[in-house]
Design a protein around this ligand. Structure first.
Ligand SMILES: *[C@@H]1O[C@H](CO)[C@@H](O)[C@H](O)[C@H]1NC(C)=O
Ligand SMILES: *[C@@H]1O[C@H](CO)[C@@H](O)[C@H](O)[C@H]1NC(C)=O
Ligand SMILES: *[C@@H]1O[C@H](CO)[C@@H](O)[C@H](O)[C@H]1NC(C)=O
Ligand SMILES: *[C@@H]1O[C@H](CO)[C@@H](O)[C@H](O)[C@H]1NC(C)=O
Ligand SMILES: *[C@@H]1O[C@H](CO)[C@@H](O)[C@H](O)[C@H]1NC(C)=O
Ligand SMILES: *[C@@H]1O[C@H](CO)[C@@H](O)[C@H](O)[C@H]1NC(C)=O
Ligand SMILES: *[C@@H]1O[C@H](CO)[C@@H](O)[C@H](O)[C@H]1NC(C)=O
Length: 466
């Protein structure tokens, strides 16, 4: 019992100290020993007992032909940007392991030839390698391990890499592009290249998903593309949120952009890929915004472009949770004549997310009832309403205000129209009559008082009252 436990501990301890990932490091050749030597002409060292030749800054001439005893060839700081395996390796007919390490190598210029077929392990690490010829490994029929870590490879051609004898491929430290082209890496079938990538859990994407774990990002891209085929739209993963730490898979958040512009849609799509955060619906014939409030596929949509549709009203959005969250809403070029200004003002006050609202190129109604409140909204949220100078009265609003910028209208221009000026209001007439009556009564009172003083006669009405 205790014995078993202690084995378990021992094994755990072993893997803790030496995680399987680093097992590949064990036989890695070290170039650092000579790095300080500033002599940059080629220099080689042959260790007879283990048939090992280590060269710095290139190959000395004598090894160009006499390499038949060499089993391991290590080349540190290859001095050129190209390396021609057919030429350089001519003399090494029994080579089992080839290492090219550090330096400015960017390109292998030829496939390995038949004569190099004894190579079992090929390492090119810490160089700037980014270009390989097609079928570069095809004649390396004994190749088992390929270590291409810390180079500049951005794409992997499956055909070139997946030769049958290969077991392990290491690609860590390359600026791999996470696109649909990397889909092969998800294939876990035996004999597939995806299965042979030994360090795939450690791979990272380069821009635009810089530093994100490659596998989950490629999975997300793959799902997105599959879901996209169920729509008439184009889909793109624009951003993945998550830090570069070790255990990040679960924390990744995807942001997808879906473009359904100019598709002749008469209503908002009822299916969208999960994680759609930006949606373009420009130039369709959409009138109804109801799905935004009822269909859960819109839950994560934050940026919505609805330019050039035939929307007449956004009253439906009132009270929906979508308006409380949106970041960008573009309603340019629709048929809006008015808005529930009070409700919208309320929404914008509570939506801490909103950064852009476009309302231009709509036939806005300009009258005393709607416009003052609308103006207040426009002025209060000037920084949010990005096209405020395109928010104009409809062309049919009357001669002097048609096409005017709503924000700049004066109240007297909307609220006092010219015909109200000339016609006297009925209430005004009443007021005038009442004023005249008051003057008449005061006049009569003064007359009666004067008449009483002078003649002592009471006014007729006083005399009549009992
Ligand atoms: C560099 O190495 C070569 C060959 O080993 C030698 O002939 C030469 O003198 C060295 N130069 C310097 C500056 O050390
Ligand atoms: C690689 O290039 C850098 C700069 O371009 C240069 O300083 C360095 O000496 C080069 N290394 C080799 C091994 O040629
Ligand atoms: C690979 O080997 C075949 C014959 O086995 C030969 O025809 C072909 O030229 C070789 N390819 C390269 C790149 O050396
Ligand atoms: C390549 O190697 C195989 C196996 O040794 C041999 O049969 C064949 O003739 C070689 N082909 C060439 C073009 O060297
Ligand atoms: C790759 O680079 C990283 C850091 O840049 C380093 O820790 C690691 O040892 C390198 N691996 C190889 C195989 O060169
Ligand atoms: C959506 O994002 C979550 C993580 O935020 C991810 O697990 C899921 O696979 C994504 N779905 C699609 C279809 O991209
Ligand atoms: C959306 O697709 C249309 C063509 O269908 C294209 O003209 C437009 O530029 C695309 N918009 C974006 C933001 O990708």
């Amino acid at each position: 019992m205790w014995k078993t436990l202690s084995y378990v501990y021992l094994i755990t301890f072993y893997f803790w100290m030496n995680p399987p990932f680093s097992l590949a490091n064990k036989n890695e050749e070290n170039c650092e020993l000579r790095q300080t030597n500033s002599n940059t002409s080629a220099e080689c060292n042959f260790e007879e007992h283990d048939h090992r030749l280590v060269c710095f800054h290139g190959l000395e001439d004598k090894w160009k032909t006499g390499g038949e005893n060499v089993r391991t060839l290590v080349i540190c700081y290859w001095p050129m940007t190209t390396f021609d395996p057919q030429d350089v390796l001519q003399g090494f007919s029994t080579l089992k392991k080839l290492t090219i390490k550090n330096g400015n190598l960017t390109k292998l210029t030829s496939p390995f030839s038949n004569e190099s077929r004894s190579i079992e392990k090929l390492e090119v690490t810490g160089t700037k390698l980014k270009e390989l010829p097609e079928n570069v490994f095809i004649n390396l029929s004994n190749l088992k391990t390929l270590n291409f870590r810390n180079n500049s490879l951005s794409e992997i051609d499956v055909e070139t890499f997946n030769i049958p004898s290969l077991h392990h491929v290491y690609l860590f430290g390359n600026p791999l592009k996470c696109t649909e082209n990397m889909k092969w890496i998800l294939n876990g079938e035996k004999d597939s290249l995806g299965h042979k990538i030994a360090d795939k859990e450690h791979l990272r994407c380069t821009v635009p998903y810089d530093g994100r774990a490659l596998i989950p990002v490629v999975e997300i891209i793959n799902t997105l593309k599959e879901e996209c085929t169920k729509t008439v739209c184009e889909c793109e993963l624009v951003y993945v949120l998550g830090n570069g730490g070790k255990h990040i898979q679960k924390q990744l958040m995807a942001f997808a952009s879906v473009n359904c512009s100019h598709r002749g849609l008469t209503e908002m799509p009822n299916f969208l890929p999960a994680n759609t955060t930006t949606l373009y619906l420009i130039g369709n014939k959409i009138q109804d915004l109801k799905p935004l409030t009822t269909n859960p596929v819109y839950r994560r949509v934050e940026d919505l472009y609805l330019d050039d549709n035939i929307i007449e009203s956004i009253v439906q959005l009132e009270g929906s949770s979508w308006v409380d969250r949106f970041r960008l809403l573009s309603l340019r070029g629709n048929k809006l004549t008015d808005l529930p200004t009070y409700a919208l003002q309320n929404v914008l006050q509570h939506n801490g997310n909103a950064v852009r609202l476009y309302l231009g190129k709509n036939p806005w109604r300009c009258d005393c009832l709607f416009t003052p409140g609308f103006q207040e909204l426009l002025i209060r949220y000037t920084s949010l309403i990005k096209d405020i100078n395109d928010v104009r009265c409809s062309a049919t609003s009357g001669d002097d205000i048609s096409d005017r910028i709503v924000k700049d209208l004066r109240r007297t221009e909307i609220c006092v129209s010219s015909d109200e000026n000339s016609v006297i209001h009925p209430l005004d007439i009443l007021n005038i009559i009442l004023a005249i009556l008051i003057f008449l009564i005061i006049g009569k009172l003064l007359y009666d008082y004067w008449s009483f003083k002078k003649t002592g006669k009471l006014p007729w009405i006083v005399a009549k009252i009992p």
